[in-house]
Ligand binder design. Structure first.
Ligand SMILES: Cc1cc2nc3c(=O)[nH]c(=O)nc-3n(C[C@H](O)[C@H](O)[C@H](O)COP(=O)(O)OP(=O)(O)OC[C@H]3O[C@@H](n4cnc5c(N)ncnc54)[C@H](O)[C@@H]3O)c2cc1C
Length: 386
């Protein structure tokens, strides 16, 4: 973990305690976990990680609930510190924390008191796993292309459709699902629903296997019946709820990218000092020094943008979309470069499957795609240029 001094101007004194405490937790409970060998192992490990995050109190930071006195306050900088530290040790653990936040945010913002009381304490305790189901085969960046429909009939909603590329599909306890409630109205006709995994008509179709451990998959909703209070927020305003969720949490994706980049830099530095070629260590070679300098500069600038964006969220500023999109764009693109340079510095060792930098190489790529691809972030930034 890089020191907090770079980002201290954006932190409150209690964040320094959070950073130290989460680092200790990760060193004890997350870093020793073996890398999952396949998708089944990754799924089992994701649930184990969630249990550990829950029992240690960290999962509660993913789902801060202002109505409960035992819940930590909403604090995006703390969430960023947690994601950065988790991603440094385990991209899978980072994903588990991230999905608790993403899947439960629409419930926090739009759920009835009863629904929140039923689910949020379990989300915070790590006994209920959340998922966020927006993407479909024909609706990725273009959310207005969603085809899943929700029709109201008397005292229930009936959902029909299919969601794919959904993190935690098959292991989640509930999904926040986006569906069309006013056909033909595009993004103005979407609503958001909480769908328990055991709801009648919800079926896990199967996993979609990634090159790095990450439980991903497809679900089908066939005549899926829900009580009317499972609508989150206002009918036909689901797009706004979804975008608010993504805007808010985007800086945490940037934080995860910083964690992966920091780990890659640490591995590269260690190797460069230990490895000798041409009679001297690699870090005596100016071209290697230049590469390490570029990596460090990428990391420092990413962290500044990330915590600047999180500070904007925490202070209720007006530039959340702009700053969060810029942080995500810059940090995820930079992390890709940093990880690639680390692989290069490690040479052949860097592409061995057991190497931490190879694991990072396989993990970091998706960050430039999910929660809004880099090109979408560029559009958001361009539209909001001051
Ligand atoms: C590991 C992983 C986890 C995921 N988890 C979830 C999840 O939990 N829940 C969920 O709902 N989804 C999830 N997704 C899906 C993810 O959000 C989508 O993949 C993403 O939104 C892009 O959609 P798409 O794949 O359909 O690509 P497309 O929308 O087809 O876009 C492909 C590419 O086209 C370009 N492009 C698209 N539109 C534009 C434009 N307007 N201007 C310029 N370029 C453009 C971009 O370069 C983009 O990368 C996950 C994806 C991955 C890889």
């Amino acid at each position: 973990m890089p020191s907090v001094t770079t980002i201290e101007p954006f932190l409150d004194p209690e964040h320094l305690e959070t950073a130290a405490a989460v680092e200790e937790f990760v060193a004890e409970k997350i870093a020793p976990l073996p890398a999952a060998a396949d998708d089944d192992e990754g799924r089992a490990q994701a649930r184990e990680i969630l249990a550990r995050l829950g029992s240690s109190g960290w999962a509660a930071f993913a789902a801060p609930d202002g109505d409960r006195p035992d819940s930590p306050p909403a604090d995006l900088r703390a969430a960023c510190l947690i994601r950065e530290t988790l991603a440094h040790a385990s991209p899978l653990a980072d994903a588990v924390f991230a999905l608790q936040a993403l899947g439960s945010r629409p419930l926090i913002d739009g759920g009835s008191e009863d629904l929140r009381a039923r689910w949020l304490p379990r989300v915070a305790a790590g006994s209920a796993m959340a998922a966020f189901a927006m993407t479909e085969p024909d609706a990725g960046s273009d959310v207005g292309g969603i085809r899943t429909e929700a029709v109201r009939s008397r005292d229930e909603w009936v959902l029909e459709g299919r969601k794919w590329l959904i993190s935690n599909a098959g292991i989640a306890d509930f999904y926040t699902v986006f569906a069309v409630t006013r056909p033909g109205a595009g993004t103005r006709g979407l609503s958001c629903f909480l769908v328990p995994a055991d709801a009648e008509g919800l079926r896990f179709v199967g996993p979609q296997i990634l090159s790095a451990p990450h439980p991903l998959g497809e679900i089908e909703l066939a005549g899926c019946r829900l009580p009317t209070d499972h609508l989150l927020g206002i009918e036909n305003e689901g797009f706004k709820l979804g975008m608010r969720t993504l805007d808010r949490l985007r800086a945490t994706v940037a934080a995860a990218a910083c964690g992966m980049a920091a780990r890659a830099l640490a591995e590269a530095r260690r190797h460069a000092t230990e490895r000798r070629q041409f009679g001297r260590s690699l870090d005596d070679l100016q071209l290697v020094q230049a590469s390490l300098a570029e990596m460090a500069t990428d990391l420092e600038s990413s962290r500044l943008l990330t915590y600047r964006a999180a500070w904007e969220v925490d202070r209720g500023g007006e530039e959340v979309s702009y700053r969060s999109a810029m942080a995500k764009l810059a940090a995820t693109e930079a992390a890709q470069r940093v990880v690639d340079r680390a692989v290069q510095i490690l040479g052949g060792r860097g592409v061995l499957a057991a190497s931490p930098v190879d694991h990072l190489y396989r993990s970091v790529r998706a960050l430039r795609i999910y929660e809004g691809a880099s090109d979408i972030q560029r559009l958001v930034i361009a539209r909001r240029l001051p």
